[in-house]
Design a protein around this ligand. Structure first.
Ligand SMILES: *Cc1c(COP(=O)(O)O)cnc(C)c1O
Length: 402
């Protein structure tokens, strides 16, 4: 056969590696173009729900493998992956809300979920209101025929109030209102979002569970990704349809990084949980600190709801400093830390500390804010040795009291 030009020979190269390669890592499949065997295959309509080998955008075998593993982690049946946790929130809200509807969010919802409700959703004619996640009767009174989606978060962002998840879900179920849980904190490990009362009421749980895989699933502080899981095929189909409309695609190297993080997720979660409790309790004993927010600490808001559901508590706590310590002094405290980075995202290897001015990110003034005042620092504990973290905090307290 005559040899064609070098580009043609290389692009149409006939070699195919033989079958039989089998290894622990999932192969990384990358594509925009999918090749059809012939035009007959090209003209065959898609079959399986959410899995389509026609174009690279919806996913590749690597993506679908990760989606199946996240569904298992979440005790779900179906999963769609998104380019970030925020993209998963937006996907869920757009899939299940239409003009004239109302969505309810907990007052301690993830900040960007508040933001899209105030901006994008409002512009589409979708109303929203915030509820106190610890006040079920007040929440029940807010449900109306317009309520088409309720967001839940356990524990809530920054201040980690643990909601009465069972009470809130019961109220939604009684009215047939769809529920979506931001399950980034629990990661599918702390509790089963779809089966919260397995002995008494099998299958009692949220309709949808969303996660920022950016956090625990990745574990590396290097990837942005999200997921929405469900047990209900009809809801999954709606998510897949909206996912296509939005044109969400994923970088396969990112998918590979999350596949690599998953085998250690439970070990990391528990190790970070143990170190976090240790440091949260130690912080409680510091004279500079008025209050520590951590769901496993008695007295932390919603502690009893946490205890009814799980024994696990992840890597976050927040310390409310006494009002005597002005925000500028707390900035100096955070700047003095050497084992803690200053930055967002969490559940990666490096511990983080961020001061939060809460008045800007709450609408209702959750019960504790009225009593106290003072500045809050949110800590995310990484994988460093806990004694090094404690020593670092102790030396920063010296700076604070100077
Ligand atoms: C980080 C986070 C998100 C968003 O994830 P990104 O991947 O950063 O967009 C959503 N919800 C919670 C609770 C988070 O902590």
């Amino acid at each position: 056969m005559t040899r064609r030009g070098p580009s043609t020979e290389l692009i149409h190269h006939p070699f195919r590696a033989p079958d039989g390669w089998d290894a622990v890592p999932v192969p990384v499949h990358k594509a925009s173009t999918m090749l059809f065997k012939d035009t007959a295959q090209l003209n065959t309509p898609r079959t399986r729900d959410g899995i389509s080998y026609r174009y690279g955008l919806p996913g590749t075998p690597t993506t679908y493998t990760l989606a199946a593993r996240i569904a298992t982690l979440e005790h779900a049946e179906h999963c769609v992956l998104t380019p970030s946790g925020l993209a998963a929130i937006t996907l869920t809200s757009l899939a299940f809300l239409a003009p004239g509807d109302e969505v309810l969010l907990p007052d301690n919802a993830y900040g960007q979920n508040r933001h899209i409700s105030n901006g994008l959703l409002r512009r589409l004619g979708i109303a929203h209101r915030f509820y106190d996640p610890l006040d079920v009767p007040a929440f029940e009174a807010m449900l109306s025929d317009r309520t088409k989606l309720v967001w839940l978060e356990a524990a809530g962002s920054v201040t980690l109030e643990f909601p009465d998840l069972i009470g809130l879900l019961r109220a939604c179920r009684a009215r047939g209102v769809r529920t979506a849980l931001d399950n980034t904190w629990g990661a599918g490990l702390a509790f089963n979002a779809f089966d919260l009362l397995p002995d008494r009421e099998p299958g009692f749980g949220a309709d949808l569970s969303m996660q920022a895989l950016t956090k625990y699933a990745s574990g590396g502080a290097d990837v942005l990704m999200g997921a929405v899981c469900t047990r209900d095929i009809a809801l999954h189909r709606e998510l897949v349809a909206m996912h296509e409309n939005l044109g969400y695609g994923l970088g396969q190297n990112d998918v590979e990084a999350v596949l690599r993080g998953l085998p250690t997720i439970a070990l990391r979660y528990r190790a970070q949980d143990a170190a976090t409790r240790d440091l949260a309790r130690w912080m409680q004993g510091r004279p500079e600190v008025a209050r520590v927010f951590h769901p496993a600490l008695p007295g932390s808001p919603g502690h009893e709801h946490w205890r009814a559901l799980t024994t696990e508590a992840g890597c976050l706590f927040a310390a409310l400093f006494k009002p005597a310590y002005a925000p500028a002094r707390l900035d100096a405290f955070v700047d003095a830390l050497t084992c803690f980075g200053i930055g967002y995202s969490w559940a990666g290897p490096m511990s983080l500390a961020v001061p939060h001015e809460m008045s800007r990110s709450r609408s209702l003034g959750l019960s504790w804010t009225a009593e106290e005042g003072g500045t809050l620092v949110r800590f995310a504990i990484g994988l460093e040795e806990v004694e090094d973290l404690r020593a670092d905090l102790a030396q920063a307290f010296e700076v604070l009291s100077r």
